[in-house]
Design a protein around this ligand. Structure first.
Ligand SMILES: [Ca+2]
Length: 168
């Protein structure tokens, strides 16, 4: 038997037991399961497709407490920014509004100061930032959000399962 494979499976079962109902390599928090892509960064659409293939969707933080959980998980994985489940949808002539991947307007937001700025008029997707390479100090911004283009800026991403009916 392949010892490494055996160890990997054992470690995964151990994690799953600890994480209650979540799939292997996802983590449980407050009624939801979360997955942070560590190995791969994608454009927003491809990130969403990967979350859906895993049985979830891009995560939609709906309160300070679950935004904070994602931020902490990023910190412990040393992932600087992740795409989340918000994007601008055209609403008629020249107007666009942020919607969640569930098709409703956001009830909770956590924008960085000065965001969303829609720089160049092409920032239709949203990232949650632990630390930004673009800030002078490269510092920790505590899980705040920025709008950015959906393509050309590959990001890691956070997926979520077990949406509850009353949530966005
Ligand atoms: Ca922006």
């Amino acid at each position: 038997m392949n010892t490494l494979l055996f160890l990997a499976i054992f470690a995964c079962f151990g994690y799953q037991a600890q994480a209650y109902i979540c799939p292997c390599n996802w983590n449980y928090f407050d009624g939801r399961c979360y997955y942070i892509s560590r190995g791969s960064a994608n454009n927003w659409l491809a990130a969403r497709a990967d979350c859906r293939a895993r049985g979830g969707d891009l995560a939609v933080p709906t309160s300070k407490i679950n935004n904070q959980h994602i931020y902490q998980a990023m910190k412990s994985s040393n992932v600087g920014t992740v795409y989340i489940g918000f994007y601008r949808v055209a609403e008629g002539l020249g107007t666009k509004k942020f919607y969640t991947v569930r098709g409703v307007e956001a009830s909770y937001t956590n924008w960085l100061a000065g965001e969303p700025n829609n720089s160049g008029g092409v920032e239709d997707c949203v990232e949650l930032v632990y630390k930004s390479p673009f800030l002078k100090n490269g510092g920790d911004v505590g899980g705040r959000w920025n709008d950015l283009p959906c393509n050309g800026y590959p990001r890691h991403y956070v997926c979520q399962t077990s949406f509850q009916r009353y949530e966005n």
